[in-house]
Design a binder for this molecule. Structure first.
Ligand SMILES: *[C@@H]1O[C@H](CO)[C@@H](O)[C@H](O)[C@H]1NC(C)=O
Ligand SMILES: *[C@@H]1O[C@H](CO)[C@@H](O)[C@H](O)[C@H]1NC(C)=O
Ligand SMILES: *[C@@H]1O[C@H](CO)[C@@H](O)[C@H](O)[C@H]1NC(C)=O
Length: 372
């Protein structure tokens, strides 16, 4: 092997090792179709989690006519130093018709995990056909997730994922399946039970200091039978048993050492008033500021002044008093007429900093309206 080949091999080995994957999520919103012709603009927003902010990857076309990528903007949302970096990508595509297509992202190193998932893959199925009930193209469910959620090994914990659908569809979750190419190895985490309403229950385990790769698919189902019309006039019927679109929601679940008490508010931070309830639907106008006040308490631990946050990258967080956080967001024109997901977790530590404690995942959906 020549010296340059050796260097190349070393560099490749280094880069794949460095790109430890921490999951992804993708949602989409169709925008106005062009006045003449049938071209549709669709905005796809995704999150990616990697060990380091210098890692990244891109989505590509997997099936159907994915049209052309018109723009792609990637920004860092939040970072948990030494653990993960969370970024947001906004991809605008111009598609020639409203036919089905799929986008895919894949790579090698998932974060080391107990369920034996090594390579990673995620798929989004974009359904843009015109719905008979809304007279508009279908929109995907809206959700987001942090790169990692942490639970103490000895506590039963429930994780209710945000599952908001702008068309009013029923949203369901299931594990990704290899036969649909939704993950590379689709092994399920043994410590979780999933309900179709997107609630994960963590069952206590003896193992701690380990991680699981959680690879889910979220789908929207019409509540009544509807027709979908293609640009060429072709019509298909969908019943409440038929999924319309599908999006990936993947993250790491980390199991921390036992806690002395599983009751929230002692070691584990507890959300209190005026924190919005989980799944709350908020509203804001473009160019106006939405303020979300979050308050958490924990009598036997110290609450960290940084929220772990998954949101549009222009959401700003502030904390002046321990356990109190303020999120401020002024959505821009591009974010108008869409629903956006914001999820957060509060992090606390023991007084000697040797132990870490995490709140539940809390999420809201925000409807951004134009006008005013
Ligand atoms: C969807 O169908 C309705 C009713 O036929 C029509 O008015 C509307 O323009 C269509 N929208 C699109 C995006 O094709
Ligand atoms: C769907 O299309 C069929 C055939 O045109 C029609 O008979 C039916 O009423 C339509 N259903 C709905 C829900 O629009
Ligand atoms: C929002 O502000 C921008 C920049 O000032 C302006 O161009 C845009 O028209 C405003 N949008 C709305 C809906 O008010």
């Amino acid at each position: 092997m020549s010296l340059s080949t050796t260097l190349l091999v070393l560099l490749l080995a280094y880069s794949t090792n460095a790109s430890h994957f921490y999951g992804t999520v993708m949602t989409y919103h169709p925008k106005q179709s062009s006045a003449k012709g049938s071209t549709i603009t669709v905005v796809l927003r995704y999150k990616l989690g990697f060990r380091s902010c210098s890692d990244s990857d891109t989505w590509g076309c997997f099936s159907g006519n994915c049209g052309n990528e018109r723009s792609l903007v990637v920004k860092t949302i939040s970072e948990k130093k030494g653990e993960w970096c969370h970024s947001e990508g906004i991809m605008t595509r111009l598609v020639p018709s409203n036919g089905l297509f799929q986008l895919r992202i894949q790579g090698r190193n998932w974060l080391e995990n107990q369920n034996g998932v090594t390579a990673w893959r995620a798929v989004t199925l974009v359904e843009l056909r015109n719905r008979s009930d809304t007279n508009h193209a279908n929109r995907s469910p809206q959700t987001t997730i942090l790169p990692a959620l942490r639970v103490p090994s000895n506590c039963l914990r429930n994780i209710q994922l945000l599952a908001f659908d702008p068309d009013g569809d029923e949203v369901k979750c299931r594990y990704g399946e290899s036969r649909f190419s939704e993950c590379r190895s689709c092994n399920k985490p043994s410590v979780l039970s999933l309900s179709s309403s997107c609630r994960l229950q963590f069952n206590p385990t003896d193992a701690s200091g380990v991680a699981f790769a959680v690879q889910l698919v979220m789908e929207d189902f019409p509540r009544q039978t509807i027709n979908l019309t293609e640009t060429n006039g072709k019509l298909v019927t969908k019943t409440p048993k038929d999924a319309l679109s599908k999006i990936p929601i993947q993250f790491a679940l980390k199991v921390d050492p036992k806690v002395t008490s599983c009751i929230e508010g002692i070691y584990l931070p507890l959300f209190v008033h005026p924190t919005p309830t989980n799944g709350a639907l908020l509203k804001v106008f473009v160019n106006h500021t939405l303020t979300i006040i979050i308050h958490a308490v924990a009598i036997s631990s110290r609450i960290n002044n940084q929220l772990l946050l998954s949101s549009p990258s222009n959401v700003i967080q502030n904390s002046t008093v321990e356990g109190q956080f303020v999120l401020s967001w002024m959505p821009n024109d591009d974010q108008g007429e869409e629903t956006h997901a914001i999820c957060f977790v509060v992090h606390a530590s023991s007084s000697d900093n040797s132990r870490n404690y995490y709140s539940d995942l809390r999420c809201v959906a925000v409807n951004v309206e134009k006008g005013e």
